[in-house]
Design a protein around this ligand. Structure first.
Ligand code: NAD
Ligand code: IPM
Ligand code: MN
Length: 345
């Protein structure tokens, strides 16, 4: 029987995970669920944001479902030494699982174009897959420090790190419109020059039928809003991908609807792209859509259950036509939206 580890985390994490777990139970009753600690709550209880018990469980399972981690700006967690902070727990989890490719699909579901701040005709065209490199760049480079009145971080990438994530993007493009846009800052950064060369070589050698464009990240930030329909698959480094995916989340209308899958050679990690939303935590109004759609990605990518994944996606679309949480301009609660999804399953 497949085994899924659930890490509800902090803030709205437990609220959105509760809905997502009910959906998972409904479509895959045979899946065994195990709950573990991650993030600030894990630190409070065990002294580590990524406790050993969590590490052992995730390394032994088939897939991990994660809520969110982190506290408000003024949380005492933010005064801890960096390796003990909730966000470090998440980064350690990603590294332990070796999940180097983070897939962040951006789609406006049919009938829901009205939620987008973009004109409906623009919103309707959007179907972008952002492939964000997840284990490299400034996030993990050891060349970092605060020294006296100076501080620095380093964005380092090896050719092998670029090659493996670019492959994921090209493979995805083969199942879509066969177009990849590689996003960099090669007009300024050496690391982007290397990135660009590796992606181009790979395309020329192994993916000649895929159309490849290279674009600068500042320009992409503008074009993603102006003419988002021009993109099929975007591949980019860790920090650019973090920023561009929150930007792209505006298109479907809320950060709360965006799911993600992080893939490597072992168990996959599935989480919404939003954070712990301290401003609404505990109020029962968080949008669970991103987490529920992450369950669909989990079923598809880690358990090979595409039919169940589609059932969830259809149910979410149907539910959102009737129940909307405040981030989408409605008055529905997390529980009501979750129940509307379950009713359609
Ligand atoms: P955030 O994503 O938590 O919130 C940004 C805004 O979006 C807030 O107004 C919030 O209410 C809203 N929002 C987010 N998710 C929502 C949802 N599901 N439904 C309705 N509204 C939603 O970003 P932030 O405020 O910058 O960060 C808060 C904390 O979360 C920080 O500690 C940060 O480090 C952490 N964080 C964690 C993750 C993660 O666990 N993967 C991701 C991003 C940020
Ligand atoms: C995300 C988050 C994380 C990141 C933080 C919380 C470490 O913003 O998953 O997008 O930057 O990767
Ligand atoms: Mn982010």
């Amino acid at each position: 029987m497949p085994n899924v580890v659930v890490l509800a985390g902090d803030g709205i994490g437990p609220e959105v995970c509760a809905s997502a777990v009910e959906v998972l139970r409904a479509v895959a009753p045979d899946v065994e669920l195990e709950h573990h600690l991650l993030g600030g709550g894990a630190y409070d209880q065990t002294g580590s944001p990524f406790p050993d018990a969590t590490r052992q469980a995730v390394l032994a399972c088939d897939a991990v479902l994660l809520g969110t981690v982190g506290g408000a700006q003024n949380s005492p967690w933010n005064s801890l030494p960096r390796p003990l902070r909730p966000e470090s727990g998440l980064l350690q989890l990603r590294m332990a699982l070796g999940v180097y490719a983070n897939l962040r699909p951006v789609k406006v579901m049919p009938g829901l174009e009205g939620f987008s701040p973009l004109r409906e005709d623009l919103a309707r065209q959007v179907d972008v897959l952002i492939v964000r490199e997840l284990l490299g760049g400034a996030y993990f480079d050891p060349r970092r420090a605060i020294e006296g009145d100076q501080a620095y971080n380093t964005i380092g990438y090896s050719k092998a790190e670029v090659d493996r994530v670019a492959r994921v993007a090209f493979d995805a493009a083969r199942t879509r419109k066969h177009e990849v846009t590689s996003v960099d800052k090669a007009n300024v950064l050496e690391v982007s020059e290397l990135w660009r060369g590796v992606v181009q070589d790979l395309r020329d050698r192994e993916y000649p039928e895929v159309k490849l464009e290279h674009e600068y990240v500042d320009s992409v930030a503008m074009l993603l809003v102006k003419t988002p329909g021009r993109y099929d698959v975007i591949v980019t480094e860790n920090l650019f991908g973090d920023i561009l995916s929150d930007l792209a989340a505006v298109i479907p209308g809320s950060l709360g609807v965006m799911p993600s899958a992080s893939l490597g050679d072992g168990p996959g990690l599935y989480e919404p792209i939003h954070g712990s939303a301290p401003d609404i935590a505990g109020k029962g109004v968080a949008n669970p859509t991103g987490t529920i759609l992450s369950v669909a990605m989990l079923l598809r990518h880690s358990l090979g259950r595409d039919t169940e994944a589609r059932r969830i996606e259809d149910a979410v679309q149907g539910a959102l036509e009737h129940v909307r949480t405040p981030d989408l301009g409605g008055q529905g609660t997390t529980q009501e939206l979750g129940a509307a999804v379950l009713a359609r399953l």
